[in-house]
Design a protein around this ligand. Structure first.
Ligand code: ADP
Length: 190
């Protein structure tokens, strides 16, 4: 299996690239952000729990997120691999992911970070907010908060996989196709 972590700050293009990677490599795309939005639009107990955190640009607590991710993986055992998008975002989530995969005799193949400067991220997310219907995309202070949380809580995930020799960074600025080609180079190298 190919088990990829698509990593990078909010608005770095993970969702866009994941869609293209799914076509190219026939992997299952699991976006925790999309899963949460789906739960919220169906007004499930999980969605209600997540809502206040997401509205403030904070992370949903690990127990909730990890449980939801595990359910999604266990519901889709017979796939060629997974693209994890927006997960793991904390060290606890990274440990949980490694445990989950090792139960399947699998492991993370690679973590690929899309590097994009802060100002560009804020511009991209505000632009996305015009059409996405996501309230967390409309307010620049909430966006800044998400970027801060990314720096403080999520970048350690990069180091966690880097010491295992599994983390790489690529330039996340350029055309969608240029960035996709950079990603494919990394994946074809596996
Ligand atoms: P983006 O990366 O563009 O900020 P996502 O769609 O990945 O957006 O996530 C939206 C929100 O969902 C996050 O700001 C956070 O509140 C919540 N969320 C998504 N993934 C996780 C996660 N792995 N752990 C905790 N909270 C998460």
């Amino acid at each position: 299996m190919i088990n990829l972590i698509l990593f990078g700050p909010p608005g770095s293009g993970k969702g866009t690239q994941a869609q293209k990677l799914v076509e190219q490599y026939e992997l299952l795309h699991i976006s925790t952000g999309d899963l949460f939005r789906n739960e919220m639009s169906n007004d499930t107990p999980l969605g209600k729990q997540a809502k206040s955190f997401i509205a403030k640009g904070e992370l949903v607590p690990d127990e909730v997120t990890i449980g939801m991710l595990r359910n999604k993986v266990e519901a889709n055992p017979n796939v060629r691999g997974y693209i994890f998008d927006g997960f793991p975002r904390t060290i606890a989530q990274s440990v949980a992911l490694d445990t989950l995969l090792s139960e399947k005799n699998e492991e993370v193949s690679k973590l690929i970070m899309l590097e994009v400067p802060d100002d560009e991220i804020v511009d991209r997310i505000l632009k996305r907010g015009e059409t996405s219907g996501r309230t967390d995309d409309l307010d620049s202070s909430i966006i800044r908060n998400r970027i801060e949380i990314y720096k403080n809580e999520t970048t350690p995930v990069y180091d966690f996989y880097s010491v295992k020799g599994k983390a790489v960074r690529i330039n996340g600025v350029g055309s969608i196709q240029e960035i996709f080609d950079r990603l494919c180079d990394e994946i074809d190298n596996l």
